[in-house]
Design a protein around this ligand. Structure first.
Ligand SMILES: Nc1ncnc2c1ncn2[C@@H]1O[C@H](COP(=O)(O)OP(=O)(O)OP(=O)(O)O)[C@@H](O)[C@H]1O
Length: 220
């Protein structure tokens, strides 16, 4: 830790694609005190990741791309070390991610990431959203991201990959706070997060609990 400097707060937003993570991150950046750096999956995929490794940490559940899969734990480790570095310098960080462990083989990425942030003030937020709302958002599309999302068809109103995201992304479901973006606006979600940050932290935190799973699964 840089001497004389308190670590920056860290908010990790975990949810399926289209669940509303980026909108909450934006609300946090615009309304919370101090600078909040956004180091999530969007920034990493759009700017950092080499094209041939895409979708990288955005790789969806199902063990679809084994050649990329082996690199995903390393990409995540690098992202979280970067989050830790920002926090140790006193900068607040909000990061949107879509963690799951449904690769061709278990990778235990989330517990490893939690271990990397031990000792830092992390709030782990589950960004939940029912599949019907997810499909409305997918089918509506987004300018600039044309063709970027699977949509429903008559034969398959909810593609199996979308169902896989819904099933896998909130396992094991250990959070400090959960929000439902079908019930609240991004600003309301951000306000809830702010309230939680201002309250006394409850120990053990979600990341402390998850980090313990890393020490069980990875003996020294
Ligand atoms: N709380 C909300 N209420 C209503 N609509 C929302 C809400 N949050 C997000 N949306 C809308 O849902 C869509 C997806 O939102 P957003 O980009 O924030 O999600 P995301 O989880 O970051 O998605 P992705 O992982 O695909 O980047 C956008 O069109 C956004 O305007």
């Amino acid at each position: 830790m840089k001497s004389g400097c308190n670590p920056g707060r860290i908010v990790i937003l975990n949810g399926a694609p289209r669940s509303g993570k980026s909108s909450i991150a934006e609300a946090i950046q615009e309304t919370f005190d101090g600078p909040w750096m956004n180091l999530g999956v969007d920034a990493y995929m759009e700017r950092v990741m080499p094209r041939r490794c895409l979708p990288g940490i955005g790789l969806r559940p199902g063990g679809e791309l084994p050649e990329i899969e082996a690199l995903v734990p390393l990409f995540y480790a690098a992202l979280y070390e970067s989050v830790a570095a920002h926090s140790r310098l006193g900068l607040n960080v909000v990061a949107d991610v879509g963690h799951h462990d449904a690769y061709g083989e278990p990778r235990h990425i989330l517990p490893d990431c939690a271990r990397r942030l031990l000792g830092l003030p992390v709030l782990f937020v589950g960004v939940r959203c029912p599949v019907e709302t997810i499909m409305e958002r997918r089918n509506r599309g987004q300018p600039g991201r044309e063709g970027g999302y699977l949509t429903g068809s008559e034969a398959e109103p909810v593609p199996r990959q979308v169902l896989a995201w819904q099933r896998e992304v909130h396992r094991p479901g250990i959070y400090d706070l959960a929000v439902d973006t079908s019930m609240m606006t991004p600003d309301e979600c951000a306000a809830l997060i702010r309230k939680r940050l201002e309250a006394e932290p409850m120990a053990p935190t979600a990341f402390q609990r998850l980090a313990r799973m890393a020490s069980i699964s990875q003996p020294d």
